[in-house]
Design a protein around this ligand. Structure first.
Ligand SMILES: Nc1ncnc2c1ncn2[C@@H]1O[C@H](COP(=O)(O)OP(=O)(O)OP(=O)(O)O)[C@@H](O)[C@H]1O
Length: 234
């Protein structure tokens, strides 16, 4: 089943008195249950692509589908509902609500959805990412590493269909990076969910099913798992 599809997507920005094409006529499909890494040089458009897939920005042309829903056909409230229920987004700059506690930040989407959250699951998440002891602290007082862990817990708490994660381990030390990656990969394997992650970390790339490399607005796809199998066979 196709979880995410891009069909001839284009995006450009006006900067320094001219238009810059960031995503050029890109088409691809992501199967449910896959782990995709988006990689590329600084400024190559990785975050832009992730934002387009999450409906946080709109393409200039082309279509993006989440499951069978085409994003441009949805009105604001449908999009917001999909965003809260079906997508777990880990922002590059965390985007925590700084007046609220860690706990409130994590469960905010469940409050907005008028649904219950699984308290045991929340406790497991915060324990594994080592933020249990700051659960009732104001999120503004956390270290960046802790903020990143809160952002990951918040993305997972609803058990969404798709996780879109923008450099989710960029501020984590080696041990927590490993734990966060384990948590995300266990999640998609256990629930057959989809993970699309922006990262250039070679230790993470090796776990991806496919790697989308962005260069001059174009995407080159590498089948990472096939490559690994090939290496094993050699
Ligand atoms: N809202 C915007 N308005 C104008 N230009 C933008 C906007 N968003 C992104 N850009 C430009 O688009 C290009 C791609 O940005 P983007 O953040 O997607 O790249 P990236 O690959 O994620 O970069 P990094 O590795 O630094 O995170 C950059 O030149 C950036 O300045």
């Amino acid at each position: 089943m196709i979880a995410v599809k891009a069909d001839k997507v284009n995006k450009r920005f006006y900067q320094h008195n001219k238009w810059h094409t960031v995503i050029a006529d890109c088409s691809f499909e992501v199967e449910q249950g896959e782990f995709i890494v988006i990689t590329g040089n600084i400024g190559s458009g990785k975050s832009t692509l992730l934002q387009l897939l999450g409906g946080l920005d709109r393409p200039d042309s082309g279509k993006i589908y989440l499951g069978d829903k085409e994003l441009s056909l949805l009105n604001g409230s449908d999009l917001a509902s999909i965003y809260r229920k079906d997508i777990g987004y880990v922002y590059q700059n965390y985007n925590l609500l700084s007046g609220l506690t860690v706990y409130e930040n994590i469960i905010m989407s469940t409050i907005l959805n008028h649904c219950r959250y699984d308290k045991d699951y929340l406790l497991e998440l915060v324990s594994r990412l080592e933020i249990s002891d700051v659960l009732y602290h104001n999120s503004r007082n956390l270290r960046n590493e802790q903020k990143q862990c809160v952002a990951i817990c918040r993305a997972l708490i609803n058990r969404p269909q798709i996780i879109l994660a923008d450099e989710p381990t960029g501020n984590l030390g080696e041990h927590l990076k490993r734990e966060a990656l384990d948590l995300l990969l266990e999640y998609i394997h256990q629930y057959q969910r989809t993970l699309i992650m922006v990262t250039n970390d070679p230790e993470i790339l090796i776990f991806a099913d496919n790697i989308f490399e962005l260069n001059n607005g174009q995407i080159t796809v590498t089948k990472e798992k096939c490559k690994k199998r090939h290496i094993l066979l050699c």
